[in-house]
Design a protein around this ligand. Structure first.
Ligand code: SF4
Length: 135
């Protein structure tokens, strides 16, 4: 179990707050919540990449983290690699008003924004642990 790795793949939404929160919550998984067990790729590399990147979702269970209901990360992963193990949609957790709000530069994030990141990261973590338990 300790050497199990799970992919967490965030959308690259630069246009709205949901995308920023997706990326920061994914980073939190990688650096703080499940370091060493979380693996990731940025979505543009995944889309532009070759065999090695496309192999990602075949090699690891993947949770996609999307900023809004368009679910770009999920759709791209399923198009190129196959079914994802679970999904997180920020708009379902924080509501459309927040997810589709105008983006905030990471340097201007407030403590309220960081609480939103924590809330999304907690949901990713729960899904992560559920997948790990069933492996
Ligand atoms: S899922 Fe939504 S926020 Fe993310 S890249 Fe797609 S349109 Fe943008």
């Amino acid at each position: 179990m300790a050497d199990l790795k799970i992919g967490v793949l965030s959308c690259s939404g630069e246009e709205c707050l949901g995308g920023t929160i997706s990326r920061l919550a994914t980073r939190k998984m990688l650096e703080e919540l499940r370091p060493g067990q979380t693996v990731t790729l940025c979505l543009p590399l995944y889309l532009a990449g070759g065999e090695e990147e496309r192999f990602f979702a075949k090699a690891f269970p993947v949770i996609t983290v999307d900023g809004c209901s368009k679910c770009c990360a999920k759709r791209a992963t399923e198009k190129y690699s196959g079914k994802v193990s679970d999904i997180v949609d920020v708009s379902e957790i924080l509501g459309n008003d927040v997810a589709l709000d105008k983006t905030v530069s990471t340097k201007d994030m407030t403590s309220q924004h960081m609480e939103m990141v924590d809330k999304v990261a907690k949901v990713i973590c729960e899904k992560f642990d559920k997948i790990a338990e069933n492996k």
